[in-house]
Design a protein around this ligand. Structure first.
Ligand code: ATP
Length: 636
């Protein structure tokens, strides 16, 4: 736990220079992290781990970083372990000579498979001692597990897991299991890993950075690392360059690479045209339709390969063979490579009409065959990030848009440019907003055009403002929330859940915080679908990372698996709910009044739900006075 000035990486290592880094070194550090909630302490611990690895066995740094970030490959490669808790339970039984039923009942008591693994290991007697696990070995085995496919692949996966569990000692089984579940649950976020890695690089530099310059250098390094990772989220590229060239050259050498998706730029909510004008003041801006479909980043590489990535950097190419097939119709012949940012929208080509999002959501996700496609889609292109070998991220929108218009041709029903106007007249903007709604769009996105108008990867930027008709008279934006609990239905709703407890996600504490009960906005069909889906994820008791008021009287608890988009009348301080607890009021949380379900958000993971910080921001942005409502009891 030593602080950065006193820490000596050479003393921390208990293995010889050049030897592979033992997994127990990382596991013990993760254990230390689990005992603190302080962000600075967590950063310090993981930074010390990286420094020790750099000083002894730098070639293992990549594996250690992957494990600390709880990843086995870059997100866009879509590599998945493909194992569930049932397979882990079976393997634990085999590895530690126990019965599956024993493991299951211990799981009920302890609520965490990792803890069960650790307890099983410590009571087991060993005939012989297998060689200690190393970080490289653990990561390699995870990758092999992910690759196993075809006949008996599950048996093979279990065999590999067993190998790891048998060799694991001390607290290692706990972290092997949690890494296999892709849930470390110790408050170590990817952003912290990035900051720690940047700091470790600076602190390992020779000659050492003078103490007086250190704080500034550490801050700069952290910013560099975050921005590099938002453009090239691939540790395999970043870590070797960091080691050989140092952090200062990282931005130059790790650049935007076609084939690797950048995090999409996102917009901030506003409540009306006048707020947009207030925010942009003298800046030139443009208003575009906000289409209601699915975000897509289309990469077209020199060799003719097309890849389509989702908002979450998932490879979605197989879902849209129609888009892949149409590329040559809308790109001009002289275009040899591009990265396009766009919205894919369900479309009726005969009537030339946009169809609602719900129609798009009926399309299959996998194994889509071109001739079977019933729901046609049209691309609405709004940005161009790369063209013919040229990176456009640092160009202003006006330049990127010009390149977009000259490099592509509109094709009716397949590829259109986002409808836009550059007016700054209030009346015209209002009319344009109405026209957008008439044309089946959600509203507008207003974007700076000539100044402060570069593309900001992975950022919810002040330079993109969204304006949705339906939230001008309610909360500034809809919220994306996770159903964590259910209430058994009565009367007409017997057999389904009658209401649900929703939560936002607090990134800092990695907890789900209750925000409201919801029982309206559901058609019977939707209620049945959601009930059936959540019924498969019922938990015996609320997990330790749920925060909620005891008086909420929840009947059943669910694992965090779904994200629901919800609209509400407003937000108020609540003594019962825990959302944004401590951010607005020192002890109370925030709750939503009159929430209504809009839809299921299949493109977001529960950890991408509206964050506690965003809830606090929405609360503060409300123009109404809250004093009258403060202290409201729970409402649904
Ligand atoms: P929301 O929660 O509002 O549905 P979000 O949280 O996914 O959206 P936002 O930043 O709120 O992201 O809104 C931006 C989204 O709007 C983009 O991700 C994109 O999918 C969609 N979109 C539609 N039309 C445009 C456009 N013209 N420019 C940018 N994004 C657009």
């Amino acid at each position: 736990l030593k602080n950065k000035m006193d820490f000596d990486p050479n003393k921390a290592a208990f293995w010889k220079k050049g030897e592979q880094v033992p997994f127990i070194f990382l596991a013990r550090a993760l254990d230390l992290i689990s005992n603190t909630t302080k962000r600075l302490a967590i950063t310090e611990i993981i930074c010390n781990v990286f420094r020790t690895v750099i000083a002894t066995t730098p070639e293992d740094l990549l594996a250690v970083v992957y494990l600390a970030a709880n990843k086995i490959a870059p997100a866009h490669e879509g590599v998945e372990l493909g194992i569930g808790d049932a397979a882990i339970i079976k393997t634990l039984a085999e590895a530690y000579g126990r019965k599956e039923d024993q493991i299951k009942s211990q799981l009920k008591a302890m609520g965490d498979l990792g803890l069960v693994a650790k307890a099983s290991r410590s009571t087991q007697r060993l005939m012989f001692k297998p060689p200690p696990l190393t970080c490289v070995k653990v990561l390699e085995t995870f990758r092999v597990i992910a690759k196993e496919a075809g006949n008996q692949s599950m048996d093979k996966k279990r065999g590999r897991m067993k190998g790891l569990l048998v060799a694991a000692t001390d607290c290692e089984p706990l972290y092997v299991v949690r890494l296999l579940q892709s849930k470390l649950r110790i408050g170590l976020q990817e952003a912290t890993v990035m900051v720690a890695l940047a700091q470790a690089a600076v602190l390992s530099e020779q000659p050492r950075v003078p103490a007086s310059k250190l704080p500034e250098r550490l801050e700069l390094a952290a910013q560099t690392m975050k921005s590099v990772y938002s453009i090239l989220p691939v540790f395999d590229k970043i870590v070797p360059i960091l080691l050989s060239e140092g952090i200062e050259k990282l931005s130059k050498l790790c650049t935007f690479t076609p084939g690797v998706p950048v995090g999409p730029m996102l917009a901030k909510p506003t409540k009306g045209v006048s707020e947009v004008l207030d925010k942009f003041q003298d800046l030139e801006f443009t208003c575009e339709y906000k289409y209601d479909g699915e975000r897509a980043q289309i990469h077209y590489l020199e060799d003719g390969t097309v890849e389509i990535y989702s908002r979450n950097a998932e490879r979605n190419t197989v879902k849209f063979p129609d888009i892949v097939a149409a590329v040559s119709r809308y790109k001009k012949p002289e275009v040899s490579s591009f990265v396009l940012d766009c919205e894919v929208v369900a479309y009726d080509p005969e009537k030339e009409k946009i169809l609602p999002f719900q129609v798009l959501s009926t399309r299959a996700r996998k194994g889509v065959i071109l001739s079977d496609i019933k729901v046609k889609v049209c691309i609405f292109a709004f940005d161009l990030l790369y063209i013919n070998g040229r990176n456009l991220l640092n160009e202003q929108l006006i330049v990127r848009r010009e390149e977009l218009y000259t490099s592509f041709t509109e094709v009716k029903g397949e590829f259109l440019f986002a409808t836009a106007t550059n007016t700054r007249e209030v009346d015209e903007m209002q009319k344009f907003l109405d026209a957008a709604i008439n044309d089946c769009c959600e509203g507008l996105i207003v974007k700076t055009l000539k100044t402060d108008a570069t593309y900001e990867p992975a950022k919810r930027s002040n330079n993109w403002l969204k304006l949705k008709k339906d939230y001008m008279d309610s909360v500034g934006d809809s919220l994306d929330l996770v159903p964590v609990g259910g209430y058994l239905g009565r009367g007409k709703r017997t057999g389904v859940y009658g209401a649900f407890l929703l939560a936002c996600y607090d990134e800092d504490s990695e907890t789900y915080q209750s925000i409201c009960k919801i029982g309206t906005g559901f058609s019977e069909v939707v209620l049945e679908e959601r009930s059936a889906s959540l019924r498969q994820h019922v938990l015996e008791k609320p997990p330790p990372y749920y925060r909620y008021g005891e008086t909420l009287g929840v009947d059943v608890w669910f694992e965090p698996v779904e994200v629901w988009e919800v609209k509400a009348a407003d937000l108020s301080i609540s003594p019962v709910h825990k959302a944004a607890n401590g951010l607005v009021d020192p002890v109370k949380g925030i709750s939503l009044r009159f929430p209504r379900l809009l839809r299921l958000r299949e493109d977001k993971t529960p950890e991408q739900a509206t964050s506690a910080a965003q809830v606090a921001e929405l609360y503060r942005a409300q123009k109404i006075t809250h004093t009258a409502r403060d202290g409201d009891s729970d409402e649904d």
